[in-house]
Design a protein around this ligand. Structure first.
Ligand code: ADP
Ligand code: MG
Length: 581
C-alpha cells in the first residue's frame, strides 16, 4: 500500500465530495454532518469565521449577503466576489471548499493530506483548469492530476466492469455544467474517443426557469427582482428547487410565492406546475443538451446505435425530461448501475490509485483527449492583400493525449526578424472568437525575404498543460513556454499574498458546525411561521444561540432538545446529522 492516502475530490458547482482509494477499492468520506455530499456553498458568520456546506446553505436563506454559491461558474474569470465585507476571487472561494474537504478527509483517516486528484468538467478551458489548480494550492493541496469529470465517472464504471468490451456515452449534467463524453472499454483499457459540452448549462438553469415562471405570475421579471428583492428571489429559488424535485417524483410541484422579505406562510399564494408544463418551460434547455451530444458522437465517428451503454451522471440527470431525451436519442433507457452523485469522486480516487501505481489497478489503463482545438494566430494572403486574425489549428479537439504535434509558419515581411506566436484555444475560424492563452516571442530570425520558416511544436500532457516550442531552422535557436497560467496571470507575490489571506481565515470549529447548522436551519424555519407561532420558536432559538457561547454542557443540551422539540411540534422537523431537506 502507498504510504500516502490516495484522495480524489469532485469539486462540483453545487455539491462536492471526497473519496479515498484504500484496500483495493474507492470509498467516499463523510463530512461533519455524516453526509457524503457537501454543498459547494461558502458563508462567513457574524463572528468572522468561515462555514462551508450545509451550514452555509441554510445561512443563505436568512443572510444571502453572507454566503456565496455556484462560484465554480466563474472559475477562470477575472472577477471578485464580496462576502462578509471582504473580496474573494473564484479560486479563493473554491479553495475554502477544498480546505473543508481536506479537513474532512484528515478527520476520517487520521493523517495529514497534502495531495489529491481533482476533477473538472471535460469542457473546462485552460484558464478554468488553471484556476482549479490555484484553488488547490490555496487549500494546501498539491494536485497530482486534473481529471475530466466524465472520465472519472467512466473509471468508476471501468473499475467494476473490466471485462466488458463496448462503447459508452457519459452524459454529465450537474448544477452548472454539461459534459458529454464518448469512450470505449476494451480489456481493461479505457479510451476516451471524444468530448463536448457547455460550461454554462446545468440543473440550476432548470431551477431558474421555474423561478422566472413564478415571478412572472407575480408580475415581476427576474433580473430586476434579483436586484431589488434579493430575499424574495432567494426564497423563491428554494421553493422552485423543491418543486423541481417534486415534478420528477410525483408529476407536479408547487411553489409558494414569498413576500418581499422572503417570507412564506400557510396562506401564501401558490403556483402549481405539472410535469407537462415543466417540460414546456424547460424545452429550450433540453434542446441545448442535444447539440453537444450529437457533436461528441460525430467527433467519435459513431451513430447513436453504436453506443452500448449510456451512463447518466450528475444530479440533474435525475429529471425525467433529461432521461427521456437520452432514451429517445439512443433508443434505449440509460444504465442505472452508476450512482449519479458518487461516480465522479470515486473515479477520482481510482485515478489517484493509477497515479500511485497501486496494484489493485495495474490492469486498468486509461487514455484521455484534449477537449478544445489549440492553435496560433496567422495572417492569410488573398492575392496581394494580407488579412490578420485567422486561427491555424495545431492540435485538433479530441486528439488523444499526451500528444505532440508540429506545424510550420513563415515570416510575412521581408527583413522580419521577430515573430510573436499568439496561442489560442477554440473552434472559431477567427482568433477574436477564441480564447487567448498566451504568447511566445521568437527573435533573432536572420534578415531575408518573407517566408522564413519557424517550426512550432505543441505538446499537451495528461494534466491539460500545453507547452509551446518554436525552432528557427536557420539559426537552430529554440524558444519555449508552458502555457499553464491565466492570460492575466498572477505574479508570485500576488499568489503568496492570496495564500496568506486564505490561511488567516479561520474556519468555524468542525465540532461545532452541526450546532451552527441547527441555528441556521431554525432561523430559516422562523420565516415560515405566522406571528403567533413564531414567538415561541424565536425564544427557543435565542436560548439556543446564547447556550452556544456559555460553555455549559447541561444548559446547551437542554436548549438544543427544547429547540428540536419546538421545531418538530411545528411540523418542521430537523434531521440531525443528515440533510435538512
Ligand atoms: P455539480 O456536479 O454541479 O455539483 P450535482 O451533480 O450535485 O452538481 O447536481 C446538482 C444539480 O442536480 C442541481 O441543480 C440539483 O437541483 C439537481 N438535482 C439533484 N437531484 C435532483 C432531482 N432528484 N431532480 C431534479 N434535479 C436534481
Ligand atoms: Mg458534478
Amino acid at each position: 500500500m502507498s504510504p500516502r492516502p490516495l484522495i480524489g475530490i469532485d469539486l462540483g458547482t453545487t455539491n462536492s465530495l471526497v473519496a479515498v482509494f484504500e484496500d483495493g477499492a474507492p470509498r467516499l468520506l463523510l463530512n461533519p454532518h455524516g453526509e457524503e455530499l457537501t454543498p459547494s456553498v461558502v458563508g462567513i458568520v457574524d463572528s468572522g469565521e468561515v462555514v462551508v456546506g450545509a451550514c452555509a446553505r441554510s445561512l443563505a436563506l436568512t443572510r444571502p449577503e453572507r454566503t456565496v454559491a455556484a462560484f465554480k461558474r466563474w472559475m477562470g474569470e477575472d472577477r471578485s466576489v464580496e462576502l462578509g465585507g471582504r473580496e474573494f476571487s473564484p479560486p479563493e472561494l473554491s479553495s475554502l471548499v477544498l480546505r473543508a474537504l481536506r479537513e474532512d478527509a484528515e478527520a476520517a483517516l487520521g493523517v495529514t493530506i497534502e495531495q489529491a486528484v481533482i476533477t473538472v468538467p471535460a469542457y473546462f478551458n485552460q484558464h478554468q483548469r488553471e484556476a482549479t489548480r490555484r484553488a488547490a494550492q490555496l487549500a494546501g493541496l498539491e494536485v497530482q492530476r486534473i481529471v475530466n469529470e466524465p472520465t472519472a465517472a467512466a473509471l468508476t464504471y471501468g473499475f467494476h466492469e473490466r471485462q466488458v468490451d463496448q462503447k459508452l456515452l457519459v452524459l454529465d449534467l450537474g448544477g452548472g455544467t454539461f459534459d458529454v463524453t464518448v469512450m470505449e472499454i476494451f480489456e481493461g483499457t479505457l479510451e476516451i474517443l471524444s468530448t463536448a459540452g457547455e460550461s454554462h448549462l446545468g440543473g440550476e438553469d432548470f431551477t431558474t426557469s421555474l423561478v422566472s415562471h413564478g415571478l412572472s405570475k407575480m408580475g415581476r421579471q427576474l433580473e430586476l427582482a434579483e436586484l431589488k428583492e434579493p430575499l424574495l428571489v432567494a426564497r423563491l429559488r428554494e421553493e422552485a428547487e423543491k418543486a423541481k424535485h417534486d415534478i420528477g417524483a410525483s408529476e407536479e410541484g408547487t411553489m409558494r410565492l414569498p413576500d418581499t422579505e422572503g417570507c412564506v406562510e400557510d396562506d401564501s399564494e401558490r403556483v402549481t406546475v405539472s410535469a407537462s408544463e415543466f417540460e414546456e418551460i424547460v424545452a429550450p434547455l433540453v434542446e441545448r443538451l442535444r447539440g453537444p451530444t450529437l457533436r461528441a458522437l460525430r467527433d467519435a465517428d459513431l451513430s447513436p446505435e453504436r453506443i452500448g451503454e449510456v451512463l447518466l451522471i450528475g444530479g440533474a440527470t435525475r429529471m425525467p425530461v433529461v432521461r427521456r431525451m437520452a432514451s429517445e436519442l439512443f433508443g434505449r433507457p440509460p444504465r442505472d448501475s452508476v450512482d449519479p452523485d458518487h461516480a465522479v469522486a470515486l473515479g477520482a480516487a481510482v485515478q489517484a490509485a493509477l497515479v500511485a501505481d497501486d496494484r489493485a489497478v495495474d490492469d486498468l489503463v486509461m487514455t484521455d483527449v484534449c477537449p478544445h482545438t489549440l492553435g496560433v494566430e496567422v495572417v492569410k494572403e488573398f492575392g496581394s492583400r494580407q488579412a490578420q486574425g485567422y486561427f491555424l489549428p495545431v492540435l485538433h479537439r479530441n486528439t488523444t493525449v499526451p500528444v505532440s504535434r508540429e506545424e510550420i509558419v513563415n515570416t510575412i515581411h521581408d527583413g522580419q526578424t521577430e515573430v510573436i506566436v499568439k496561442v489560442y484555444q477554440g473552434e472559431a475560424r477567427k482568433v477574436e472568437e477564441n480564447l487567448f492563452l498566451g504568447e511566445l516571442a521568437v527573435t533573432d530570425i536572420p534578415r531575408g525575404p518573407a517566408g522564413q520558416e519557424v517550426c512550432l511544436r505543441f505538446t499537451y500532457d495528461l494534466n491539460g498543460l500545453l507547452e509551446v516550442e518554436a525552432f528557427v531552422p536557420a539559426t537552430e535557436k529554440k524558444f519555449r513556454t508552458v502555457l499553464r497560467h491565466n492570460a492575466k496571470s498572477l505574479s508570485d507575490a500576488e499568489v503568496a499574498a492570496s495564500l496568506r489571506r486564505m490561511q488567516q481565515l479561520k474556519f468555524y470549529p468542525r465540532e461545532d458546525l452541526e450546532n451552527q447548522r441547527l441555528l441556521a436551519f431554525s432561523s430559516a424555519a422562523l420565516k415560515e411561521l405566522d406571528r403567533f407561532r413564531r414567538q415561541d420558536l424565536e425564544q427557543k432559538v435565542d436560548m439556543y444561540e446564547t447556550s452556544l457561547h456559555l460553555n455549559e454542557r447541561g444548559v446547551f443540551d437542554h436548549a438544543r432538545q427544547e429547540l428540536l422539540r419546538a421545531l418538530s411540534a411545528l411540523g418542521l422537523p430537523y434531521q440531525e446529522g443528515s440533510d435538512a431537506d
